[in-house]
Write a protein that binds this ligand. Structure first.
Ligand code: BGC
Length: 351
């Protein structure tokens, strides 16, 4: 069987919403919504060949409209993660963004790209989503034109290519906010998933989860994932750095050469045998262990999502980069094209 993309109606938000099914013909099926560019479902095989949906979400559009807070599967923009005080300076002008998370602006503001209706076309066996964010949208300068391309490959990978251009200087940090559970969405917590992160340093944060500006070695800290570690191992021991965030909610500085597609993280789930390798051109990885899920949301298969029931591996620039001169720049100027690629490669392990 070869790859296919099909479309179906999926209700209405600020306009009619479509759901696109990308089927690689070899066991991987992705469902993507034009609402928020949400990766609504992602079926992949386990070591016996049985498929399960490995991302958290909802079975109806209304779930996404009623519960934007966790950003399940959504495209995030204009700026993934936090900007301190929702404020930054660019070329001598100070911009104030709406505050929507404690004292910070999170994931592009109260009405981020996760809540927009994207236009969709299929191009070369990929689903191409487009959005134009007008000048001043959520406080950000410049009209930003964004293209995000979802594609699936025969070797069970989901690839996401991002592109953006602007008509005035601005900042941009795009990502996808999928929560994975390789044992299957709704099957319980991810604390036994084993995680490796290709990073020797991370960016420590203050009480509001804003980077202090330091680059800290992972060695001898709970952030050391250079060798595979069960996600829950150090959360369960109540380590102070993790306790204040309720688990992991930190940015790792990836060792791979920024700008080139290189491995960022590897996850294995012992029971199903499913594995996930995340590769990216981005300099950072926000590993978030689903700390704010609190058992109040019912997910796709009708089960409650509790703390730790999914983990997000958000490939992106470091949080608060517009206020941190030592971090890789997120500034985009007219005439430049912002580009990044992330590949989620699935597989199985024998043991
Ligand atoms: C952030 C978390 C936040 C979560 C859901 C993650 O990217 O790092 O702090 O709670 O998104 O909004």
């Amino acid at each position: 069987m070869s790859a296919s993309i099909t479309r179906e109606d999926w209700g209405s938000a600020s306009g009619p919403v479509d759901r696109y099914l990308l089927d690689n013909g070899a066991g991987l099926r992705a469902a993507v919504l034009t609402h928020g560019g949400v990766l609504q479902s992602l079926e992949v095989p386990d070591r016996t060949g049985a498929t399960a949906n490995v991302v958290l979400g909802f079975d109806r559009l209304q779930g996404y409209l009623d519960n934007p807070g966790p950003y399940f599967g959504a495209l995030i923009g204009r700026y993934g993660n936090r900007i301190a005080q929702g404020r930054f300076e660019l070329d001598g002008t100070t911009y104030q963004l709406p505050i929507n998370n404690g004292p910070s602006s999170l994931h592009g503001g109260a009405s981020g790209f996760d809540q927009r209706l994207w236009s969709a076309t299929t191009v070369d066996e990929a689903l191409e989503l487009r959005l134009v964010s007008p000048d001043g949208d959520q406080g950000y300068p410049g009209a930003l034109s964004v293209t995000v391309r979802y594609s699936v490959t025969v070797d069970n990978a989901l690839r996401i290519d991002y592109e953006a251009t602007t008509d005035a200087p601005t900042v941009v940090n795009l990502t996808n906010h999928s929560y994975f559970n390789l044992a299957g969405e709704g099957s319980g917590d991810i604390y036994d998933h084993r995680l490796r992160i290709n990073a020797t340093h991370f960016t420590p944060v203050d009480a509001d989860l804003i980077p202090t500006g330091d680059f800290h070695p992972v060695a001898r800290t709970p952030m050391d994932f250079r060798e595979p570690v069960a996600v829950g191992e150090r959360i369960r021991t109540g380590d102070a750095q993790l306790a204040h965030a309720g688990g992991y909610d930190h940015n790792w500085m990836l060792d791979g050469p920024s700008g080139e597609l290189s491995p960022a993280a590897h996850v294995t789930e012992p029971t199903s045998g499913r594995t996930l390798t995340v590769s990216t051109t981005q300099p950072g990885l926000q590993f978030y262990s689903g700390n704010f899920l609190d058992g109040t949301i019912t997910g796709t298969s009708g089960r409650l999502y509790r703390q730790g029931d999914g983990l997000a591996l958000e490939t992106q620039h470091y949080p608060d980069s517009p206020n941190q001169p030592a971090f890789p720049s997120t500034v985009l100027r007219p005439g430049e094209t912002h580009r990044s690629t992330t590949v989620f490669q699935f597989g199985v392990s024998a043991t």
